[in-house]
Design a protein. Structure first.
Length: 492
């Protein structure tokens, strides 16, 4: 009898153990569009299907059964939803803003070049084998999807990547907000204007009242993100930044959940199903180390790249040299803004900024600002010295008065100690010190122990207030005046 073909077991790796990585350019993350639930599932599945080795004209096959499994859908969902989503997406575009010299323009990009689908009304025993759609990505959108996956290099372009499993239970608003926050996860916070959010989501005419927008879009999305994803965004830490009486922007605190937390959240085995297993290092080929240059880029990208039009790779290359700090960048930004306002830039705005940063351009306003900062630092130093001197004099005068009081009446010190022992918290502290000593504390112990001595002095001052009024009347106004002056300088 001929032997049957042996099946070689290549391991017990489950389908769920291989992540589906979604990678988008940051321009696409912040683009203006909004898809419904099934359009979002279709789009994310398509993006996750892209690999760095794909040909430019590759046709992607999206299976209905895979979407059902990946998004954990119920069995009553039908292929009809996938077909309609794909057909709808074929006619949709995304709006991406870009810089043309010193002017900001917008460009509409189609996503899908064509869709091949199973027509409605088909039946048969093998119908499940036809429940897929074939799609081709439009060439204009490839730089934001396919090219990013091929390069996967933060030194040439900016992108956001995450495991598809993080968004399978999010609604469309939640998915968009997750991506916007994931983009700034390394920084730990993100501030977004309310009008920018509405513009991105194409709801500028909806939710005229901020309270409704916050409840229906923001709060609901953040609750879902905290419950189902690898991020934690504390609701009570969301700062509502106002201009006048209106909420102008929202500042989100972004925390990363641990791998164990994410594994428990998904019901995974802690050794399986993770993006990077707990006992194995992250592959070097995909290791992303956040540098000081990355942090500076993220902080000044809005101005330098989006408003001045400097190419991301050029700006990041400059930052990677390590030659420029925040003070220098902010000076170059200020000088460039004023030069633009005064129409002093004869050629390109991006070129002016780059040269300004490289050569440390300055102007009268910048020099005046530097001089003011120097003067302010001198004032602060002087006021701090004055404050320390006044507080030292006050302490000295109080100690002298206490010596006078206790010399005349020895019972004052004992009354202060009795008052301390009557306080449960202080009594516990005294007991711990007595246990360490091995006996009860005597008067000299209270004098020698810095913490206890300060408490005794405070109690005597409270008991004998009238005898210290002249000292406080002399020193407190001076100390308050110097302190207020220091606070003003700190605020400025």
């Amino acid at each position: 009898m001929a032997k049957g073909k042996r099946r070689i077991k290549r391991g017990s790796k489950k389908r769920g153990d291989t992540i589906k990585l979604v990678v988008k350019s940051n321009e696409l993350v912040e683009a203006r569009y909004m898809f419904d639930v099934w359009e979002t599932r279709f789009f994310l599945t398509l993006i996750a299907s892209i690999t760095k080795d794909d040909a430019d004209d590759k046709i992607y096959r999206i299976w209905f059964k895979d979407i059902k499994k990946n998004f954990q859908l119920k069995s009553n969902q039908s292929y009809h939803y996938l077909r309609e989503a794909a057909i709808s997406m074929a006619s949709k575009s995304v709006y991406i803003g870009w810089m043309n010299d010193e002017f900001r323009r917008g460009r509409m990009h189609r996503i899908i070049r064509f869709v091949d689908f199973l027509e409605d009304g088909q039946t048969g025993a093998r119908i499940a084998q036809q429940e897929y759609v074939d799609v081709s990505i439009d060439k204009d959108i490839k730089p934001y999807l396919l090219d990013i996956k091929k390069k996967f290099d933060p030194s040439t372009t900016r992108y956001t990547s995450y495991d598809l499993r993080n968004v399978i239970k999010l609604k469309p608003y939640g998915t968009r907000i997750y991506e916007l926050l994931k983009q700034f996860e390394f920084k730990g916070f993100r501030t977004i204007k309310v009008e920018d959010l509405k513009d991105m989501f194409e709801i500028t005419n909806e939710y005229p009242r901020f309270s409704n927008f916050y409840q229906k879009v923001i709060k609901e999305s953040i609750n879902a993100i905290n419950k189902h994803t690898d991020l934690n965004v504390p609701l009570d830490k969301i700062e509502k930044i106002k201009r006048g009486r209106r909420v102008h922007a929202l500042r989100f605190k972004i925390e990363s959940k641990s791998k164990q937390e994410v594994a428990i959240l998904r019901g995974d085995n802690l050794e399986q199903g993770l993006l990077f297993p707990l006992d194995k290092p992250k592959p070097k080929s995909e290791e992303i180390v956040i540098t000081e240059a990355d942090l500076l880029f993220a902080e000044y990208e809005e101005v330098v790249v989006k408003k001045f039009g400097v190419t991301p790779s050029v700006f990041l290359k400059m930052l990677n040299t390590g030659n420029y700090n925040k003070t220098q960048i902010e000076q170059a930004i200020s000088v460039t803004r004023r030069a633009k306002f005064n129409q002093e830039i004869s050629k390109s705005l991006p070129g002016f900024f780059v040269k300004s940063l490289q050569e440390g351009f300055t102007d009268p306003q910048e020099e005046e600002k530097k001089q003011k900062q120097k003067d302010t630092e001198k004032q602060k130093k002087r006021l701090k010295s004055d404050l320390i001197a006044l507080q030292s004099e006050l302490s000295q005068k109080i100690n002298e008065r206490i010596r006078e009081i206790t010399t005349e009446n020895h019972a004052v010190t004992q009354r202060a100690i009795d008052e301390m022992q009557a306080n449960p918290v202080i009594a516990t502290l005294i007991q711990s010190k007595e246990q360490a000593k091995g006996s009860a504390l005597d008067l000299e112990d209270y004098r020698q122990d810095e913490q206890l001595r300060a408490m005794v002095i405070s109690n005597i001052v409270q008991q004998e207030k009238a005898q210290f009024e002249d000292i406080f009347a002399h020193y407190n106004p001076k100390i308050n005046r110097v302190g207020e002056g220091l606070k003003r300088l700190e605020r400025d």
